[in-house]
Design a protein around this ligand. Structure first.
Ligand SMILES: *Cc1c(COP(=O)(O)O)cnc(C)c1O
Length: 379
């Protein structure tokens, strides 16, 4: 869809990356780090100041108590943290449960590990996309090795509630599974939504790998500084895989992100500005005739083209540049292409969400205004 946007000159609300960089002071910190000789391999676990900054951040925000030497690992973005974790902890014969729709790399890494992907659907409701506790329990069984959750959730913008996460935690405990939680949008929550890290639930720190990243929080997606934390024996297993993926990366960016993590103001300001941009895009989509499920977090809103007569979101996305000069991504791209055992009793999630399209609002306000003006042509 990004290629389509480039080819047609349409406004790209498909790919979720900011069109404004993060704080200038953090850029300067990276430039200084290069000049001061941070240009060779950093330690495989990440530089100590960054691991300490991650531990401090988790204590300050969530009351989690981490040993930065044994329980924190710096990674090449959340992407590598996910890959190394799944490759370390799951293999052939194991089942990995995810939400559906899911972030594309979740499914890809499960396939790379040779594990079986089991999915739990998120259902659109007036109160966001929500989990059905019965379906969570049904997806988990004796072969479940990992339960991979993502909150705030890409692509739906849902912030899972404490009650929903308790259901996941109960299911994990019942079969002795590890929970892997992708929290890269932890600071990008709106209205009165609260981000609840799974590791803060009673008894869960000992069986949870928490993954986050500087990319989304500080608008430096190209720096690829991520991290994970969890109990030492699991982190050691993940580090052993990471050793042979990248070993290490981002030498000058690691001290800069350590500095960024000490300051809570930039993410707060970004969240406030994103909430306003979410409103602008959601109102524009509704005015154009879409139905939207208002997101409480992330960069994304899911809009339904069915009220406009588009039952197939993929077809709508292919035609949208010509119809309105805008690009989105069909939600079916975040769903399994073929049914699994869990789908036998009804439509697949790809079918249930066939008419839905994901749009990003992490673009400048003038870009969003122009997109909304163009989308109005659809009506
Ligand atoms: C962007 C994104 C990632 C990747 O993060 P990086 O730090 O850029 O590797 C992982 N998970 C989700 C849900 C994302 O949206």
């Amino acid at each position: 869809m990004t290629n389509l946007a480039l080819r047609t000159g349409a406004i790209n609300l498909g790919q979720g990356f900011p069109d404004v960089d993060g704080p200038h002071a953090i850029k300067e910190a990276a430039i200084r780090a290069i000049e001061n000789g941070h240009n060779q391999y950093p330690p495989g676990t990440g530089i100590p100041v960054l691991r300490e900054a991650v531990a401090d951040h988790q204590r300050r925000h969530y009351g989690l108590d981490l040993d930065p030497d044994t329980e924190v690992l710096v990674t090449t973005g959340a992407t590598e943290a996910l890959a190394a974790t799944i490759l370390a902890l799951a293999g052939p014969g194991d089942e990995v449960v995810t939400l559906e729709p899911f972030y594309d790399s979740h499914a890809a890494c499960i396939a790379l590990a040779g594990a079986t992907h089991v999915r739990v659907p998120l259902h659109p409701t007036p109160d966001g996309f929500r989990l059905d506790p019965v379906q969570v329990r049904a997806a988990v069984g004796p072969r479940t090795r990992l339960i991979l959750v993502n909150t705030p959730h890409n692509p739906t913008g849902t912030v899972l509630t404490r009650a929903e996460l308790e259901v996941v935690a109960d299911a994990a405990r019942s079969v002795d599974a590890v929970v892997v939680t992708d929290e890269v949008y932890e600071h990008l929550v709106y209205d009165d939504a609260v981000h609840v890290p799974v590791a803060t639930l009673p008894g869960m720190a000992e069986r949870t790998i928490t993954i986050s990243s500087a990319g989304k929080t500080f608008s430096f997606t190209g720096w690829k500084i991520g991290w994970l934390h969890g109990p030492a024996h699991l982190v050691e297993a993940v580090r052993t895989v990471k050793q042979f993926l990248t070993y290490t990366s981002g030498s000058p960016f690691q001290p800069a992100i350590a500095q960024a993590l000490a300051d809570d103001e930039a993410p707060r300001a970004l969240a406030a500005s994103l909430a306003a941009r979410r409103d602008l895009l959601c109102e524009g989509l509704v005015a154009a005739g879409f139905e939207v499920v208002v997101p409480r977090g992330t960069y994304f809103v899911v809009a339904d083209g069915a009220p406009l007569g588009f039952e197939d979101g993929t077809e709508l996305c292919r035609r949208l540049p010509a119809l309105a000069g805008v690009v989105g991504v069909p939600v079916s791209a975040f769903c399994a292409a073929s049914p699994g055992d869990e789908d036998l009793s009804g439509p697949t999630t790809a079918q249930a969400l066939a008419s839905r399209v994901r749009f990003t609002f992490v673009k400048r306000e003038d870009v969003l205004r122009e997109a909304v003006t163009r989308l109005a042509a659809l009506r």
